[in-house]
Design a protein around this ligand. Structure first.
Ligand code: AMP
Ligand code: ZN
Length: 455
């Protein structure tokens, strides 16, 4: 079993047909990782035409695409001729209204998390599942996961796509894949030890909780042979990522996906970690102004819009993800020309307004995670005290913190409030609370609680 000091790390070797990492394996899995922009564009045009033909098999799309001939698509920019699809559209077609193939060709369905009313059902043919596992394997391979890795997946294996989606990618690569599922930290830790797990997939919020459990058991998170973690499904800041890397002494890579586009495997950080490459042979990304739907220039923040280019069962055209990010201008040093997006800055729905100022939870996380005494969790509570909006930021502290004297507490509260004020332009009430005292959720974390009256 490898020891902590011999952990293999992701290597910075740019892609080229013969480039190899030090273990003698190729640096890329799929030839499409070598494509230049022209090759990507021509593949997108071909795929988009094929998708439009397929979509004609579905009443919902037939109506929307009336008058658009697939051959009218001459360049990726022509996608603007297709109407957007929203979450409400998808819900309105629940359960099977968006199928583009006969029902008997569907072999699995998944559904997105955290919705009220009708969920969105996403259906897959056998071919779709094969493509998904392939693109997922590509992501893992890119960050140095190899067949000799033991891969422990700490995601839920139900309708949530982080379970089966990542699982089949790791299996496709040939990893010994452990479907550990979420929670149950003692068992998680035992599996990590007994099987010498080297790679994990984990929600950011759970990764920190797991480290606490290790310490409670008298184990140092660094002493495990873990060397690479795929972390995604919810937003987290770069400060959070660095914390996680140091805590476990492992490489952490950001993984982005959503059920509507199959799930994980849509965009992924490469070893250079300068944004997430969107696999443009599978997905056509656009970034648009939230209000107008018009494209924003590279480098500007807007809403990510995605089109699935390869799905048969249920292709989705120009899906408004509500996720906010920007295209990063320029080329990535890794040599892959698939465009990069910035880490997700938040969801259009997560933004809240306090005293007329627009604020995203991630702005707050970025500030508080730079304080070493700050623990793992925080919560933003919005209230109205009769005079106006009150923004309370409750921050869990490290256990040792409260053993020190109260003057330190007050001065830190003040410093954090001042730093937050310079970031968000509103002075919050900072409350430092004991570790593990904030309510925990199963699955994705809930960061904002809005208790203001809506009238
Ligand atoms: P679901 O379809 O239930 O898996 O949820 C997908 C949503 O999770 C996305 O639209 C994003 O809002 C969020 N999400 C997934 N991956 C990430 C990530 N790496 N960073 C930030 N948010 C993410
Ligand atoms: Zn790159």
């Amino acid at each position: 079993m490898p020891q902590a000091d011999t952990k293999r790390r992701a290597e910075l070797v740019p892609v080229s047909p013969d480039a190899k990492t030090s273990d003698g394996t190729s640096v890329f899995l799929d030839e499409s990782e070598l494509w230049d922009r022209d090759r990507i564009a021509s593949a997108q045009v071909q795929s988009l035409r094929a998708v439009l033909k397929r979509a004609a098999g579905c009443g919902f799309y037939r109506e929307r695409l009336a008058g658009l001939d697939p051959m009218d698509i001459a360049s990726p920019a022509d996608i603007a001729r297709i109407p957007f699809t929203t979450k409400d559209d998808l819900r309105s077609q629940y359960p099977l209204g968006l199928l583009c193939v006969p029902r008997r060709e569907i072999v699995r369905m998944h559904s997105s998390s955290g919705t009220t009313g009708n969920p969105v059902a996403v259906c897959h043919t056998r071919g779709d599942l094969g493509e998904w596992a392939g693109v997922m394997a590509r992501c893992l391979y890119m960050v140095g996961v190899r067949p000799d890795d033991v891969f422990q997946n700490m995601s839920g294996y139900g309708l949530f796509t982080g379970g089966l989606g990542i699982h089949f990618g790791a299996e496709r690569l040939g990893c010994m894949t452990i479907p550990a599922g979420p929670g149950n930290s003692r068992r998680q830790i035992k599996l990590l030890r007994d099987f010498g797990t080297t790679a994990i997939h984990v929600l950011p919020s759970y990764a920190l909780i797991l480290a606490d459990h290790m310490r409670e058991l008298g184990e140092d998170p660094k002493s495990f042979p873990l060397r690479v973690a795929v972390v995604g499904a919810e937003p987290y800041s770069e400060e959070f990522r660095l914390r996680l890397q140091n805590l476990y002494d492992m490489d952490v890579f950001n993984s982005y996906g959503l059920s509507e586009m199959s799930g994980p495997g849509v965009a992924f950080e490469c070893p250079w970690r300068q944004g997430l490459h969107v696999w443009e042979d599978h997905f056509l990304p656009e970034i648009v102004d939230v209000a107008t739907g018009e494209p924003v220039p590279d480098g500007e923040v807007g809403e990510l819009v995605l089109t699935s280019l390869r799905r048969e069962g249920m292709p989705i055209l120009r899906y408004r993800t509500r996720d906010l990010t920007r295209f990063l201008p320029g080329d990535c040093p890794c040599g892959r020309r698939h465009r990069r997006i910035d880490r997700i800055l938040g969801r259009a729905d997560d933004m809240f307004i306090v005293k007329g100022v627009n604020i995203y939870p991630m702005q707050i996380e970025r500030v508080i995670m730079t304080f070493p005494d700050v623990g793992h969790d925080y919560r933003i509570v919005l209230e109205n005290d009769g005079l106006g909006d009150v923004l309370r930021v409750q921050i869990e502290m490290r256990d040792a913190f409260f053993e020190e004297d109260m003057r330190k507490l007050q001065s830190l509260q003040k410093t954090i409030a001042q730093r937050l004020r310079s970031e968000i332009l509103v002075t919050p009430r900072v409350e430092l609370v004991e570790g593990s005292s904030l309510p925990k959720t199963e699955g994705k974390a809930v960061r904002v609680v809005d208790m203001r009256r809506k009238d």
